[in-house]
Design a protein around this ligand. Structure first.
Ligand SMILES: [Cu+2]
Length: 162
């Protein structure tokens, strides 16, 4: 039953910081904090083969938090906007939100789910790093480093028909 109490408590904490007094989570700033039980692995940004085209962001996010986490947005430092997409039977669709069940891990990778990343700064060069931020439906954010990779056959996604 403790998990249910926490789930009810967290949305309240966003509106009133003291609503969950004594709960450590309520005192964690909503901005750049790590989320308990949520982890990003293997973040990488594959640069576009053609300058000016979107880059592709890949990562795995695992949820050991004890409750469902709903991913609602992605962003990458030193780029413009980023969107979540999925490729199904060769056709790309936007993914506005994605539930990640407790104990699940979801991979964004070539040929499947990916972040489509627009307006990549020329400062981002292969071998460097940038930062990935995931936003969840309760407003919390999770950040992790991303390795920057040169465009390759796997990463050279064609977004020209979007
Ligand atoms: Cu895409």
């Amino acid at each position: 039953m403790k998990k249910i109490a926490l789930a009810l408590c967290l949305p309240l904490a966003l509106g009133a910081l003291s609503a969950c007094g004594g709960d450590k989570k309520a005192q964690t700033p909503a901005g750049l904090s790590a989320m308990d039980g949520m982890l990003i692995h293997d973040g990488r940004l594959v640069l576009p083969a053609v300058k000016g085209r979107p880059a592709a962001g890949y990562f795995t996010v695992s949820n050991q938090s004890g409750s469902v986490a709903t991913l609602t947005g992605v962003s990458v430092a030193h780029t413009g906007k980023a969107e979540m997409h999925v490729t199904l039977d060769g056709i790309m669709e936007a993914v506005p939100r994605l539930d990640i069940g407790s104990g699940q891990s979801v991979s964004f990778g070539p040929g499947g789910k990916h972040a489509m990343v627009f307006d990549v700064s020329p400062d981002l060069q292969p071998g460097g790093t940038t930062e990935l931020t995931l936003t969840f439906s309760d407003g919390r954010k999770l950040t992790a480093p991303m390795q920057i990779e040169a465009p390759g056959m796997m990463g050279a996604m064609d977004h020209s028909k979007m």
